[in-house]
Design a binder for this molecule. Structure first.
Ligand SMILES: Cc1ncc(COP(=O)(O)O)c(C=O)c1O
Length: 458
């Protein structure tokens, strides 16, 4: 269902065909590479290294040649301003110099990417994560998904409770318990949930975001180990918490003995310590991944001192070997050195001030186009990240935001921008700033967004 009543659908379809044709003409080498890797002639499942790479518009993805800072080049030699930034994995910018040196030093000069031994970088990283996110005891993973998985196991172990609560249309990676939505008929496995080990309705409880009463009804059952949440939803457009809502969430989780896990993987855009620091939140556990190692695979979860003490003293929890928490390459020397360089030198407090200022400019530019064209759309900002949605008011919940989706408009705008040298995420309409983004990059986006809209309205 679309709210964008002002859009002439026939015109949109006609322009999308024009943009698809231009995309094919402008990216012949990428098209050939995709065809060569495709289901009929190649050996990649779905023709891509990871099946979600099929989400790019235009029928085939661009093939990466080089990327530095806020720019990347495809194998046809086209240059792009990159606001996708690897859907946050490259929020530090592509290959920032300080991370390049740290990785080269660790892998090349010193040697030893993975040796089952700690390096002194790890304590420095954990100390910095503590300064930023408050919780004091950290362990490393290779992805945000794993940080969430292991945090959930620890929460269940500590509370001796079986269930996990999440918000409808959340995304926390491929975490089994989170692939669930709320419907008027009750909780349901999210459509498309592939080979689920068990129906998530048996493992999870789900409520709509910004509805404290609904959350209380779920927690009151007394069987919820942890609420896994983003302090602002970012994977169904951006859905900000209403005033007082996060205070209510903390009060309800405490009252019902449920641990609160802030997944800051995307909300890290809110500042150097994500929403947790920016909004003075008090989670029991924080999880994070993607950007913290400058694009090198890494994730982390941090526990409060009280939880850390309890889990380490719990003799029935095997955290050392085969107890379900851990990975051979987790905490490896290479990832940890990249995390240290990223946190100490790239995604610094000063860098966040700059990036948030850039996102203010981006948001103001898009908001002005929406207002002057009287479009029933809106844009929401979360620190260094901004996202437009095709409904007049910012959605209040995942369910509302899901209804505001408009795949036809997404495709047209994504192709229009890509054909003229700008990338935003292939999923909905997210733009992210990195320390290397410039005012000129933002103004180029605003001008193109305005042209794309005017083409549509004419
Ligand atoms: C909030 C959040 N948590 C976790 C993840 C999973 O990250 P990864 O796929 O790197 O494991 C994502 C991915 O988009 C995310 O947005």
């Amino acid at each position: 269902m679309s709210h964008a009543a002002a859009i002439n659908r026939a015109r949109l379809a006609e322009l999308t065909l024009r943009e698809r044709a231009q995309y094919a003409v402008g990216h012949p080498a990428s098209m050939r590479a995709f065809e060569a890797a495709g289901a009929n002639s190649g050996h990649l499942l779905g023709g891509v290294p990871m099946t979600w790479m099929r989400a790019w518009p235009g029928g085939f993805p661009l093939y990466l040649a080089t990327a530095h800072g806020a720019r990347l080049a495809d194998i046809d030699g086209n240059i792009f301003v990159d606001f996708c930034l690897g859907d946050t994995g490259a929020m530090a910018g592509h290959s920032p110099a300080q991370v390049q040196s740290a990785v080269a030093e660790r892998y090349g000069e010193l040697g030893g990417a993975t040796a089952m031994l700690p390096t002194v970088d790890a304590e420095a990283v954990a100390g910095e994560l503590t300064r930023r996110f408050g919780v004091g005891y950290w362990s490393f993973t290779l992805s945000a998904t794993d940080a969430n998985r292991w945090a959930l196991r620890i929460a269940r172990q500590l509370t001796r409770r079986p269930k996990i609560a999440v918000f409808s249309y959340c995304y926390h990676g491929s975490v089994d318990e989170s692939v669930i939505v709320a419907t008027p008929q009750g909780p349901r496995s999210r459509p498309g949930n592939t080979g689920a080990p068990v129906d998530p309705v048996t493992t999870s409880r789900v409520a709509e975001f910004n509805d404290a009463d609904a959350l209380e009804r779920e927690l009151a059952a007394g069987d919820v180990a942890a609420l896994l949440m983003e302090p602002a939803m970012t994977n169904i457009g951006i859905v900000l918490p209403e005033p007082g809502y996060l205070t209510a969430v903390r009060e309800l989780t405490r009252r019902h003995g449920t641990l609160l896990i802030n997944d800051e993987t995307h909300t890290f855009s809110a500042g150097p310590g994500g929403c947790t620091m920016a909004w003075n939140l008090e989670p029991d556990i924080v999880t994070i991944g993607k950007a913290i190692a400058g694009g090198i695979p890494a994730g982390a979860y941090g526990l409060s001192a009280a939880l850390a003490e309890r889990i380490m003293a719990d003799e029935s929890a095997d955290l050392i070997d085969t107890g379900g928490v851990g990975g051979t390459l987790a905490g490896n020397a290479l990832s940890v050195s990249a995390m240290r360089a990223t946190l100490e030198h790239v995604l610094t407090d000063d860098a966040f001030s700059l990036m948030i200022g850039l996102a203010d400019r981006y948001t103001a530019g898009v908001a002005d186009v929406i207002a002057t064209r009287r479009l029933p759309w809106n844009i929401v900002q979360l620190g260094a990240r901004a996202e437009y949605r095709f409904c007049p008011e910012p959605p209040r919940s995942g369910g509302e935001s899901h209804l505001a989706a408009d795949e036809a408009l997404d495709e047209y705008l994504h192709l229009y921008l890509a054909n003229r040298g700008i990338l935003i995420t292939p999923f909905h309409n997210m733009a992210l700033m990195c320390p290397a983004t410039t005012d000129a990059d933002i103004d180029a986006h605003t001008a193109l967004f305005s042209d794309a809209v005017d083409d549509l309205l004419n």
